[in-house]
Design a protein around this ligand. Structure first.
Ligand code: AMP
Ligand code: ZN
Length: 458
C-alpha cells in the first residue's frame, strides 16, 4: 500500500508519515473549552481528528490518542460566574453535551481525555522548570514566558517580528500582530472566586497554553508524532506550546507532524461561540438533519478547505447521503450470501492516504455502489469496509432505513381505504400526516410504497 502522506503546518509540506516508534502513533488533539455548547464549526475539527485516527488505524497503526478537555481558563471561569455555578458543575454540564455530540457524530472515543484541572501538579512542575531555565519570570500578576528565550519562536505561525518583543499579555487569546510574553500562571484575583491552587511561585491558576504542554507530556512523552487543532490554534496556542515544551525539555521537535483543519464559516464570516452566531448539532436535529448527514457533508470537502454552512447545502447533502444509505439497503436485499471486500477498489487506499482525501474517497464509494461488474454482496462488503474510514454508520443506517414502523403502515392502510372510497380529502390528510412523521408516500399504478427518510432517524 502506498504510504500515508500528511500536510504538516510547520514545514508547509505534505510529508510521508512515519511514527517515532511504529506501530504506535502518539497523537494529541486540542479538545474543547467547555464553557458553552459546541458549535458545528468546532465539531468539524473533531470529525477531522476522527478521520485521521481512522486512517492511521486503516494503516495498521495503534493510535494512542489524547484529547483534552479545557475545564479552567478565562472563559470557563467567567461562564461559571455568569451562570452562578461552581466551575466543576458548570464545565461538567457542557462536557456532557459535548460527549453527546461526539457520539451522535460517530466519533471514536480517544484513548484518554484528560481534564486540565486534574493535571495541576504537572503544570506547576513544568512552570518551575521554565522558571529554573530562565524563560519563566515573575511579575505582579503572574508568571510569564519570555519569548526571546525560545529557540525560533513563532516558526509555526511564520511570525515576522520574532523575538523583538518586550510586551506582555495576560489574556489567553491575542492576535499575531503582537507577539508578546504570555502568561504561564495567573496569580489569584478576586474576580476568579474560589478557582485557585497553591504553587511554590504563588497561588493562582494556569494559563491555557501550558495546560496542553503539560498534559501531552504527561500522557505521551516529550516528543509526540501528531498534534492537531483548527487553524485558529496555530497562533498563539500551538506557537506557545512549542516554546514551552521545547524550552522545558530541551528536545526538538516537540511535535513531528502538525495538522490544522480549515474553518466552517457562515455567510457573514466566522462561526464563533464568542460571536454568538453559532449553530449547534441540536439545532440541525431540530430541523430534521441527521448528525451523520452533517458528517457526510463535511467529508465532501477536504479538511484543509474552508466550508460555508447554509441550510440548503446541508439539506442537499442529506438527500445525497440518504441515496447512499438506500442504495446499500437495496444491494443488501439483492445479496444472498456474504460478499468479499474488493481490495483497494479504484485506489481507494492511496486516495485516503493522500492527506485524507475524503471528497475523492466518497466519489469512489458512489462509483462502487453502481458498478455492476461486481456482485451486490461484494459491493456491500466493500462499501462497509470503506466506512471504517468515513464513519457514516452505513451498516446500521441501511438496516434502519427500510424499517417502516407499524403505526406508519397502519396510517397507510387507512389511506388505501380512503383512496378506494375516493375520499380524496381524507387520503391527502393521511399523506400529509405520514410525510410529517418523516416518510415518503410513493403512489404507484398498483400500490403505494412508503419510504423512510433519514429525518425520521434523527
Ligand atoms: P474551543 O472549544 O474554542 O477551544 O475550540 C475547539 C476546537 O474547534 C479548536 O480546535 C478550534 O480550532 C476549533 N474551531 C473553532 N471554531 C471553528 C470553526 N468555525 N470551524 C472549525 N473549527 C473551529
Ligand atoms: Zn491545546
Amino acid at each position: 500500500m502506498q504510504s500515508l502522506k500528511l500536510f504538516d503546518t510547520l514545514s508547509g509540506e505534505k510529508k510521508e508519515f512515519t511514527p517515532l516508534s511504529a506501530p504506535e502513533v502518539t497523537m494529541y488533539n486540542c479538545g474543547p473549552t467547555v464553557y458553552n455548547y459546541l458549535h458545528i464549526g468546532n465539531l468539524r475539527t473533531f470529525v477531522t481528528n476522527d478521520i485521521l485516527r481512522r486512517t492511521l488505524e486503516w494503516n495498521k497503526y495503534k493510535v494512542k490518542q489524547v484529547m483534552n478537555i479545557t475545564d479552567v481558563d478565562d472563559k470557563t471561569i467567567r461562564g461559571a460566574q455568569a451562570e452562578k455555578e461552581s466551575l466543576a458543575d458548570f464545565t461538567k454540564k457542557y462536557e456532557g453535551f459535548f460527549l453527546e455530540d461526539i457520539k451522535a457524530l460517530n466519533i471514536e472515543m480517544p484513548w484518554n481525555m484528560p481534564h486540565a484541572t486534574e493535571y495541576i501538579t504537572q503544570i506547576i512542575s513544568l512552570i518551575e522548570k521554565l522558571i529554573a531555565s530562565g524563560a519563566g519570570y515573575k511579575t505582579d500578576d503572574g508568571i510569564y514566558f519570555d519569548v526571546t528565550k525560545a529557540k525560533n519562536y513563532g516558526a509555526l505561525s511564520r511570525l515576522e517580528k520574532r523575538t523583538e518583543t518586550k510586551s506582555r499579555i495576560a489574556k489567553d487569546e491575542y492576535d499575531k500582530e503582537n507577539p508578546s510574553d504570555f502568561a504561564l500562571w495567573k496569580f489569584h484575583k478576586e474576580e476568579d472566586g474560589d478557582v485557585k491552587w497553591p504553587a511554590s511561585f504563588g497561588e493562582g491558576r494556569p494559563g491555557w497554553h501550558i495546560e496542553c504542554s503539560a498534559m501531552s507530556q504527561a500522557l505521551l512523552g516529550d516528543t509526540i508524532d501528531i498534534h492537531t487543532g483548527g487553524i485558529d490554534l496555530i497562533f498563539p496556542h500551538h506557537t506557545n506550546e512549542i516554546a514551552q515544551s521545547e524550552t522545558a525539555t530541551g528536545k526538538h521537535p516537540f511535535v513531528r507532524y502538525w495538522l490544522h483543519g480549515a474553518f466552517l464559516n457562515v455567510a457573514e464570516g466566522k462561526m464563533a461561540k464568542s460571536a454568538g452566531n453559532f449553530i449547534r448539532l441540536r439545532d440541525l436535529k431540530e430541523k430534521g438533519i441527521h448528525p451523520l448527514s452533517y458528517r457526510y457533508w463535511l467529508l465532501r470537502a477536504h479538511y484543509r478547505t474552508p466550508v460555508t454552512f447554509s441550510w440548503e447545502v446541508l439539506q442537499g447533502a442529506q438527500t445525497g447521503f440518504e441515496n447512499v444509505v438506500r442504495k446499500i439497503a437495496d444491494l443488501k436485499s439483492k445479496s444472498n450470501s456474504a460478499g468479499s471486500v474488493i481490495p483497494n477498489f479504484f485506489h481507494f487506499d492511496e486516495i485516503i492516504n493522500d492527506d485524507l482525501d475524503t471528497p475523492l474517497g466518497l466519489g469512489i464509494l458512489h462509483g462502487l455502489l453502481v458498478n455492476e461488474s461486481y456482485t451486490p454482496a461484494d459491493r456491500v462488503a466493500t462499501a462497509l469496509s470503506m466506512d471504517k474510514i468515513f464513519g457514516l454508520n452505513l451498516s446500521e443506517l441501511s438496516e434502519e432505513i427500510v424499517k417502516i414502523p407499524k403505526e406508519i403502515l397502519a396510517l397507510n392502510e387507512q389511506r388505501e381505504i380512503a383512496r378506494k372510497e375516493k375520499d380524496w380529502k381524507k387520503s391527502d390528510e393521511l399523506r400529509a400526516e405520514i410525510e410529517k412523521l418523516g416518510y415518503k408516500v410513493l403512489d404507484g399504478a398498483k400500490e403505494t410504497t412508503i419510504e423512510r427518510n433519514l429525518s425520521s432517524l434523527v
